[in-house]
Write a protein that binds this ligand. Structure first.
Ligand SMILES: C[S@@+](CC[C@H](N)C(=O)[O-])C[C@H]1O[C@@H](n2cnc3c(N)ncnc32)[C@H](O)[C@@H]1O
Length: 216
């Protein structure tokens, strides 16, 4: 079975000790791939949306994996069983991810694999405040878009604002990604009127740093 480069990159972050729940599974294609490729022997998949989960269940049936992929309808990590130690949460914004992780069941989790599509400073600082550190990060370019995967493990590490904003691991490479962010900022700047001095200054400041990062 073939899945997108983005989903494949998430699959590459799972190891044999991980007992996985995919929260917001939708199509469950990642989970089918994980089982078919013997990366995990079973996986819990859940979604808050009935139609999305039905889509996943259809796919699970198509591959005859009903005994290995357990679908659950429900909000966030309310659906997880006591054995789960790893969560995959991908294709959502940081505010939804924060809501999902604001649940006591997070205490049983040792590893988080997160692919948010915005607010990375907030994402990293929130998850680190819950007793995790960043063990791995990578950038994926798939179908004309950049995606960021972040793996959090239990532990503590202090990070600077720069590291929380752009990634303690990502800042040591990924020229193309930082060039993309720099150019995106330049476009935003073009559309901010000259009298909005504060807003323009904020973007200019972040571009001073991005200019350095895109050269690394
Ligand atoms: C854009 S899809 C991403 C699907 C898949 N994770 C991926 O990366 O391709 C987001 C999914 O998250 C689900 N979702 C949003 N909020 C959720 C929550 N609080 N609990 C569980 N699922 C949620 C949505 O219903 C939707 O199916």
């Amino acid at each position: 079975m073939k899945i997108s480069k983005r989903l494949q990159s998430l699959a590459g972050l799972i190891t044999s000790e991980d007992i996985v729940a995919d929260i917001g599974c939708d199509h469950a294609l990642l989970d089918i791939y994980l089982v078919l490729n013997n990366i995990v022997s079973k996986v819990l998949v859940s979604d808050v949306n009935e139609n999305a989960l039905a889509n996943g269940i259809n796919n699970i049936k198509k591959y005859h994996l009903e005994d290995k992929i357990i679908p659950k309808l429900g909000n966030g990590i309310e659906t997880i069983t006591d054995d789960i130690n790893t969560l995959i949460i991908s294709g959502m914004g940081t505010s939804t991810i924060k809501k999902i992780l604001s649940n006591n069941k997070l205490n049983q989790i040792k590893k988080l694999i997160i692919e948010s599509n915005n607010d990375y400073y907030l994402l990293r600082s929130f998850i680190c405040s819950k007793g995790f550190y960043i063990s791995h990060e990578n950038v994926i370019y798939d179908n004309g878009k950049y995606y960021i995967n972040i793996v959090f493990l239990r532990g503590h590490q202090n990070y600077s604002v720069k590291e929380l904003t752009y990634g303690p691991i990502l800042i040591n490479g990924n020229k193309d990604y930082f060039e993309y962010l720099y150019n995106k900022n330049m476009n935003i700047l073009d559309n901010i009127p000259k009298y909005k001095i504060g807003e323009r200054l904020k973007i200019r400041k972040s571009n001073i740093l991005l200019k350095k990062l895109k050269r690394k």
